[in-house]
Structures are given as structure tokens and as C-alpha cells.
Design a protein. Structure first.
Length: 546
């Protein structure tokens, strides 16, 4: 079935399933690095928001306005702290159009625009080099589920390794829309503009100008640019944009903004749908295509199909199902039989590479609205159950102190030894050499701790610590290039310890400033025994209405 027909079928099905839906206020999306997400998260920590769904991002501005109105209503009924009041005031400053017309979409002007919606000037100084993820990995196969049992996949005879590929991009700076900063000084200038066509359509564009001292050249590229039609429970988006599927803060397994933004067609519900037959839910269906690659002499250019369904059975419980799939294109079997085998999973002769799984988020009101969340996704499937699992798990304490001025987060990631690898698509689940999902790649463990203190809404100090290990899983003997060699040297376990501190503060009425310093120490750099590497990063920026 052609994708255009598929979109029509899905849209018709949703309209029939939810006949009460009508287009609401169309609005562009909020950048994934905007502090608006922190503000809404803090309001949730104060118990003023409970209908939020975090597993599908970015939020539309209309969705953020809906959550602000929810918080305002609860604050009026139950009271609130001084910080919560300041958060609401700041959100009103950042979302004036959506708060004015939300629920009154018929009053929106027939045409309106904002030529400078946001702007940011960023300076990055890097002393160091990124890690390469290129390594041979031993995959024994014979998997069970959760490490229990065996036989769901055939045993893989040693010595036929899988090949991890990719790079971390910029040390100490992950999830940055695929921007890779070079050694020395770098400048990043970007700004966005928006246009609105009544309540039914909107357009956003964000060009980006990049300059690096190492290359002594400037490049201009489109970071985000898209048009949207509809809103509330049914929206169609076409263009280039960020996407994040999963409840994680530092990373998610299926799709993040770590790699360069995709050109997409997306059908989604920017706001929760109150369904007749299921719980309140949000959905996102994304179609795109990877760039052409030639790896080990094999040309590939697969399509990307990803999607997520997030449901809220209870106010404090969120459950999600996610999918990411590379499929088709040149050099693979595109027959109908191969497509069917790929849908069933667990075969080695289909034309697809699938990552799928589920996630869960629990909020505990009696524990100052502490959140516990986790994601499990598999690189393979047996009888539709995801196997060869990778995990993200963490907790978030929004109010370590009663005032809510202190919060704490911990997050753990374990990437399976063959995560983001595939024999059908040897380049793997990468875009321009960066993982499309979690920034730390496969065959990895990552521990992340973040504490922040709020002096005020716009004045925040954050301290972060990382410990990352590569080589725990699938160790092999390799030659000097990192490829398998039975007579080579055994890979060592690479250990990275890093610290990062950032201070965000108001520079003027509409401008915020950020200062960040990070340093990391890597032992057994790129799995070579005794090699060490130290990286440092300095970041300074001015942001307008972010």
C-alpha cells in the first residue's frame, strides 16, 4: 500500500473511531530544548497538572496552553506556592497567542504571523575528540526474555560478529539536532518565525547558521521547517522537525533529536483524545526516509516508519507502545513475502529492521509527585514479543524540598550488544553517523544523575554527573582497526566519567543567558587498554523567548 493511501486509511479510521473530534487551534511545536518543558514538569510536581503525556514530544504550543489552563484552574481551587505562581506567569509570557485563543479558536485572525518567534546565539569551545562507536561485537544469540529462558533466537556461532558503528558527535553535548561541533571555537545562530492561518493551519521555519574555527567556514541549513493542518485529536504535519518517542530525559531507544532532523510526514494528536473504547490517549505516526549510504560496498536507502501510542488509564499512570522500522529501498528484497515476514518478526530474510517495545510512567502524589519511568525495546521479536532488549529506566523527584526549588533525576540506559545494528542494513540505525535513538549507542551502559536548584523561574543552577561503560557486552579479539581478528587483542572495557554544570539566568526582559562547563575522563579510550582521553566543553548562549 502506498503511504499516501495509508495516511487516508488511518485518518478515516480515527475519524470514525472518534466521531466527536473537530479541528481545534493549530499551533507550531515547542523546540525540545525549550525550558517550557521544565516549567510544565515543575507544575506537575506541584500537583497542578495530571493530564500530561510525556512519551510523545515535542508538544504543540496549544497543548502547552491546555496544560497551563489546567494548572491555573487547580491553583485557583487549591492554592499554590510562590514558585508555581511565577512559573504560570512566565508561561503566559511565552504562550500569549495560544492562551488567548485556546477554547475560542473561532476568534483567531484569518492570518497572523510572528517573524521572530525565537532566536539563539550559541558559542561552543571544545577541547577534545569524540568517541567512535565502531567495534566488532560478539552476539551469542539463543535469547530468552529479560535474560530468562533461551531459544527465542538461534544461537550464533562464534566468530561471526556484528559490527557496531557510529559516533557520539560532540563530546559532552548530546541530543542537539545532529549538530557536530569541531575542536576549538564554534558558533551557532538560529532563529524561528511562525505564521498562522486562522485556527486550522500553521507554519514554522528555523534556519541555522554554523561556523567552526577548525574548518574556517560557515554553513547555512534548515533545522526545522514544516506546515501543520488541524489540531487537538487529529493533525497532519509535513516538513522537517524534531521528534522524541519515550519518557526518558537523557535518551530514548526508538527516536530522539540526537541525529539530524528528518523530513517527515506525521499524523498525530497533539492533545490527548478522550476515546469511547480506550483510555485517554495520544498517538504519533511518522514517515520519512534515510539518506543513501554505501557500507561495505552495499548501497541502501531505507524508508523510516515510526509510531507511538501513549495511553493514560489513570491520572498518574502512562503507558506507551512504540515502533521504529527501517524498510525497503535499493539492495534488499522488496517482495510482498519479505514485507510479511518483516511484520511477523524473528526472521533473517525480510527487508526490514525493527525496534519496538513499550514504556511506563508512574507518578506518586503522596511522595511529592515523584515519577518512576522505564522503557523496554527489542531489536527483534518472537511471536510479537520484543526480545534482544534494551532499557531506559529512571526516577524524577520534582520537589526534593517542600518549596519545590530543588529537584533530582537519575536515569539508567542499557543498550543491547546489537542495538542499532542490522545485517540487512549494514549502516545500522544511524543518520549521518549518529544514533537515531539513544545518543550513547549500542553495547553500552550509561548512568546519569542531575540535580538542579531554582533561585527563580529564570535563574537555575544544574549539576550533572555521568558514568558510561562500553565493552561490557560482546567483547572480542580485534585488530588495530577494530575489526574482528581471532589472533588480535581482546577489547578492553571503556569507562567514561563526566561532570557538567550549567547556570541559566535572565539577561534582559526577553533574553536568557546560559553558561555551561563540562569535563570528562575516558579510560581505555575506544576499548584500547591503557589509552586515556580528557575532553572539555565550554558553552555560552543568549536565547530570545525560548
Amino acid at each position: 500500500m502506498k503511504f499516501s493511501k495509508f495516511i487516508v486509511v488511518v485518518a478515516t479510521s480515527i475519524a470514525l473511531l472518534y466521531p466527536c473530534l473537530a479541528f481545534a487551534l493549530s499551533s507550531p511545536n515547542i523546540p525540545l530544548d525549550s525550558p517550557i518543558y521544565f516549567y510544565l514538569e515543575k507544575l506537575s510536581g506541584f500537583g497542578l497538572i495530571s493530564s500530561d503525556i510525556k512519551g510523545i514530544r515535542p508538544f504543540s504550543r496549544a497543548e502547552a496552553a491546555r496544560l497551563v489552563k489546567e494548572a491555573e484552574a487547580r491553583a485557583a481551587a487549591t492554592g499554590h506556592s510562590a514558585l508555581a505562581a511565577d512559573l504560570l506567569d512566565r508561561l503566559k509570557e511565552l504562550l500569549p497567542r495560544e492562551l488567548s485563543y485556546y477554547g475560542r479558536d473561532a476568534t483567531a485572525p484569518a492570518f497572523d504571523y510572528d517573524p521572530v518567534k525565537t532566536a539563539r546565539l550559541r558559542y561552543v569551545y571544545l577541547e577534545g575528540v569524540p568517541r567512535s562507536y565502531f567495534r566488532a561485537v560478539h552476539d551469542p544469540g539463543n535469547d530468552g526474555v529479560f535474560g530468562i529462558g533461551s531459544g527465542l533466537r538461534p544461537a550464533t556461532p562464534y566468530p561471526f560478529p556484528d559490527q557496531q558503528r557510529g559516533s557520539e558527535g560532540t563530546p559532552l553535548f548530546e541530543n542537539n539536532d545532529g549538530v557536530v561541533h569541531q575542536k576549538g571555537s564554534n558558533l551557532d545562530l538560529r532563529g524561528s518565525g511562525e505564521a498562522y492561518f486562522g485556527s486550522i493551519a500553521s507554519v514554522a521555519i528555523e534556519p541555522m547558521l554554523l561556523w567552526s574555527e577548525a574548518r574556517d567556514e560557515a554553513t547555512l541549513r534548515l533545522n526545522r521547517g514544516y506546515a501543520k493542518l488541524g489540531g487537538k485529536g487529529l493533525e497532519l504535519e509535513a516538513g522537517r522537525d524534531e521528534n522524541w518517542l519515550g519518557p526518558g530525559y537523557r535518551g530514548a531507544i526508538t527516536l530522539t533529536n540526537n541525529a539530524k532532523n528528518f523530513d517527515i510526514i506525521k499524523l498525530s494528536s497533539p492533545e490527548p483524545v478522550q476515546s469511547k473504547y480506550l483510555w485517554d490517549l495520544k498517538y504519533s505516526i511518522i514517515f520519512s526516509r534515510f539518506e543513501k549510504t554505501i557500507t561495505d560496498g552495499q548501497e541502501r536507502q531505507p524508508y523510516l516508519f515510526s509510531g507511538k501510542l501513549a495511553m493514560k488509564p489513570l491520572d498518574n499512570l502512562e503507558f506507551g507502545i512504540n515502533l521504529g522500522r527501517q524498510v525497503g529501498g535499493p539492495g534488499v528484497n522488496n517482495s510482498f513475502g519479505a514485507i510479511i515476514r518483516g511484520m511477523v518478526g524473528g526472521t533473517g530474510d525480510d527487508n526490514s529492521n525493527t525496534i519496538a517495545g513499550f514504556d511506563l510512567r508512574l507518578r506518586f502524589p503522596w511522595l511529592r509527585n515523584t515519577e518512576l519511568y522505564g522503557e523496554l525495546s527489542g531489536e527483534d521479536a518472537a511471536a510479537f514479543w520484543p526480545i534482544v532488549e534494551s532499557y531506559v529506566a529512571g526516577f524524577y523527584i520534582p520537589r526534593v524540598s517542600e518549596s519545590g526549588k530543588d529537584d533530582l533525576r537519575f536515569e539508567y540506559f542499557r543498550g543491547n550488544r546489537i542495538l542499532y545494528t542490522n545485517s540487512t542494513f549494514p549502516e545500522g540505525y544511524l543518520r549521518h553517523d549518529l544514533p537515531v535513538g539513544h545518543s550513547q549507542g549500542g553495547a553500552t551502559q550509561d548512568f546519569f544523575l542531575r540535580y538542579s536548584h531554582w533561585f527563580s523561574v529564570r535563574n537555575n543552577l544544574a549539576l550533572e554527573a555521568f558514568h558510561t561503560r562500553r565493552g561490557d557486552y560482546g567483547r572480542m579479539t580485534v585488530d588495530a582497526t577494530g575489526r574482528f581478528d581471532a589472533a588480535g587483542v581482546m577489547q578492553s572495557i571503556e569507562r567514561k566519567n563526566a561532570l557538567r554544570a550549567s547556570w541559566t539566568f535572565p539577561f534582559s526582559k526577553e533574553w536568557n543567558a546560559l553558561l555551561l562547563y563540562g569535563q570528562e575522563w575516558i579510560h581505555n579510550y575506544e576499548l584500547r587498554a591503557g589509552d586515556t582521553q580528557m575532553n572539555q566543553l565550554v558553552r555560552a548562549e543568549l536565547s530570545y523567548k525560548y
